[in-house]
Design a protein around this ligand. Structure first.
Ligand SMILES: Nc1nc2c(ncn2[C@@H]2O[C@H](COP(=O)(O)OP(=O)(O)O)[C@@H](O)[C@H]2O)c(=O)[nH]1
Ligand SMILES: [Mg+2]
Ligand SMILES: [Zn+2]
Length: 314
């Protein structure tokens, strides 16, 4: 096969080792050239959102020759592979953290993990709570207050009744946003509302091999009618946090900051130490209980550092 000179496109779909690259108005099926795979420290040499250089074959398929440096990345720690990242999508600017109020149940701990991940990946987070036609609880109100207080957009919506959907337009317009969250929360249903005629399948249970291994790994980028792109990603049940150690966790809980001088111990973990300013603020309802509970749960899940002791502040 003869190859054309190189052209530059954007990866709009990835499924295992095959990719679709958008170039001008056409979609080109591509494979990766071997040399691309060795250039990267992640398990994902090519991801949706990557700007890539491809050469076109005479049969109309392409070959990805090179990947341009990524401006941002949304990634998680790859399972079982030491110090490698699994890049879910590249070059995006926002992470829409999607949960449903129920079916599946709302778990703010996962939202907090996504917030940390957005921060590390350089993405602006937005929280979308779907299925509010099913329930509008005090818990929803409490979460809204807590997240808005730290400057995060919080949008309760229903893809079914379209209640609240209009709040999303100005937030998504002219941005590149990834939709992420547990499967079944309504990511595809929301996209169908935002992009008339899209008709993504909803209510699909991801497929498993007979060994119970998750096989659907499709990530896809869609153009919004008023400008911007949205990436739909497969449901993530867990989000392994990338290289965070316990003492750094409180940096991501910005509402703790103003109470830190009230902690008796420098390097207070706000867990078991006496005279902790953060715990006092939680008791006085100045810091939301749910944020503190998530902090403790995430702290426990992070590897302990053996040399980590606390010292009394002078
Ligand atoms: N009651 C209700 N059900 C919804 C809503 N949005 C989605 N669903 C249903 O939730 C299920 C999962 O939706 P889907 O979009 O496939 O979720 P995804 O896995 O996150 O893409 C489907 O059966 C949808 O019909 C909503 O706003 N309200
Ligand atoms: Mg879906
Ligand atoms: Zn403390």
């Amino acid at each position: 096969m003869t190859y054309s000179k190189a052209i530059e496109g954007i990866v709009i779909r990835s499924h295992g080792k095959s990719f679709i690259v958008r170039y001008q108005n056409s979609n080109i099926s591509c494979e990766i050239r071997g040399k691309v795979k060795f250039k990267t420290s992640s398990t994902t040499p090519v991801a949706v959102g990557d700007d890539v250089i491809i050469s076109l074959g005479s049969d109309g398929t392409g070959s990805i020759e090179d990947v341009k440096p990524r401006r941002t990345m949304f990634f998680r720690a790859a399972k079982g592979i030491d110090k490698k990242k699994q890049v879910i999508a590249a070059n995006l600017d926002q992470l829409a953290i999607i949960s449903s109020i129920k079916n599946p149940p709302l778990k703010s701990g996962l939202i907090d993990r996504f917030l940390i991940s957005a921060h590390i990946g350089g993405l602006k987070p937005i929280i979308i709570i779907n299925k509010i036609d099913l329930e509008k609880s005090d818990y929803l109100y409490e979460l809204g207050e807590g997240y808005r207080a730290i400057g995060v957009e919080f949008c309760p919506i229903s893809a079914l009744t379209e209640e609240g959907i209009e709040q999303l337009d100005p937030l998504l317009k002219n941005h590149r946003t990834i939709f992420s969250g547990h499967s079944g929360v309504g990511k595809s249903a929301i996209l169908n509302r935002l992009i008339p005629g899209l008709n993504l399948k909803t209510g699909e249970v991801s497929s498993y091999t007979n060994k119970g291994i998750h096989t659907t790994s499709m990530v896809e980028l869609f153009a919004l009618p008023n400008g911007g792109y949205v990436v739909d990603s497969p449901g993530l049940k867990i989000l392994g946090l990338w290289q965070i150690e316990r003492p750094q966790l409180s940096d991501y809980y910005t509402e703790f900051e103003k109470y830190l001088p009230d902690c008796r111990f420098a390097g207070c973990s706000h867990i078991m130490e006496p005279d902790c300013g953060v715990k006092k603020a939680v008791a006085n309802r100045e810091i939301p209980q749910f944020r503190y509970d998530n902090y403790v749960a995430i702290f426990d899940s992070l590897p302990a550092r053996p040399d980590y002791n606390f010292k009394e502040r002078n």
